[in-house]
Design a binder for this molecule. Structure first.
Ligand code: SAM
Length: 306
């Protein structure tokens, strides 16, 4: 992994995410239906450690196509949302999703480490799968603290954990090893390079993927970063273990087959299996095992009252 300057990291993120925005929702199965709404609410409540209150002014960093904020808006958890991202492509996709859903959202292009908002502007500041892209997450957390009103809540979810990321290599390797057998079993041909990459520039953009995922976190590190930024009541939880292993295995298997050859029945099995294992993780494993073992970490903290 080359050593990159902060400016290079930001530039790679802009280029990669601008290109990824076009089919980001399809690639990551992002939608805004009832299931996604209940999943985002559940995620928020898991991070909060209890029921979500109604937030009146919410800010999201690295909002992408709107998975977190739009679902929470439509679900009535937040009343007003400001979505920021460093990628204009992502913000355009988010705006289009918001229009389709008939919800109003303010979009502002901004670097998470330098927020163009007045002090104490929001009662919820959130981010989903964004901290691990930032050159200086400590600076971003200080900005979150500044723009949160006293008593406000900080929530980050979907941050890869050091141990969870290492453990996930097992299903990724298993998927690659089992792929020929699996394709034979479902009667699918092997993917050609053009199945997933429509042109040479997209191929180059895929190589950027390795350069934008620049860090993983331990629960202690996230706790320390939040406390150093001034936050109190800091809690870090883990989510997704079995679901993540299953998800990586099926994603790797599917990436090796010609997309049109993958039967609908398999896709339904992959989706239902993932949801069933998510429920097992949630009910059995997450309350029992240490946060560090899970693939994703979630951080919740408060800006204390004056
Ligand atoms: C993995 S995507 C997650 C998108 C969305 N939150 C979701 O969960 O679907 C990471 C997002 O962070 C954005 N991002 C990367 N670096 C950033 C930065 N320095 N400031 C703000 N956003 C950034 C990317 O453009 C991208 O939209």
């Amino acid at each position: 992994m080359p050593v990159l300057s902060p400016a290079e990291i930001r530039d790679f993120n802009i280029r990669y995410h601008d290109a990824a925005a076009v089919d980001y929702d399809a690639k990551w199965s992002i939608d805004f239906g009832p299931l996604a709404r209940s999943q985002t609410r559940r995620k928020l409540e898991k991070a909060l450690g209890g029921p979500a209150p109604a937030f009146s002014r919410a800010l999201e960093l690295g909002a992408g196509t709107g998975y977190f904020s739009l679902n929470l808006l439509v679900g009535g958890v937040i009343a007003r949302a400001t979505a920021t991202d460093i990628s204009v492509g992502m913000l355009a996709a988010l705006k289009a999703n918001a229009e389709r859903l008939g919800v109003d959202v303010e979009t502002v292009r901004s670097d998470a480490e330098s927020l163009p908002f007045a002090d104490a502007s929001f009662d919820l500041v959130s981010g989903h799968a964004v901290l691990h892209h930032l050159p200086d997450p400590a600076r971003a957390l200080r900005e979150c603290f500044r723009v949160l009103a006293p008593g406000g809540t900080l929530v980050f979810a979907g941050e890869p954990s050091v141990t969870g990321d290492r453990l996930a290599r097992v299903p990724k390797r298993a998927g690659a090893a089992l792929a020929p057998l699996w394709r034979a079993a479902i009667g699918a041909g092997a993917a050609t390079p053009t199945d997933h990459d429509h042109n040479a520039s997209e191929l180059a953009d895929r190589r950027l993927e390795a350069l934008v995922d620049i860090r993983t976190f331990s629960p202690n590190e996230l706790t320390r970063l939040a406390r150093a930024a001034g936050f109190t009541s800091v809690a870090v939880r883990g989510e997704e273990l079995l679901a993540n292993w299953f998800g990586w295995t099926s994603r790797v298997l599917e990436s090796t087959a010609a997309p049109d050859d993958i039967p609908w029945l398999w896709r339904r099995f992959a989706c239902r299996g993932y949801l069933a294992l998510q429920a097992v993780d949630r009910r059995l494993l997450e309350p029992l095992l240490p946060a560090a073992l899970f693939y994703n970490l979630m951080l919740c903290a408060k800006r204390g009252e004056y």
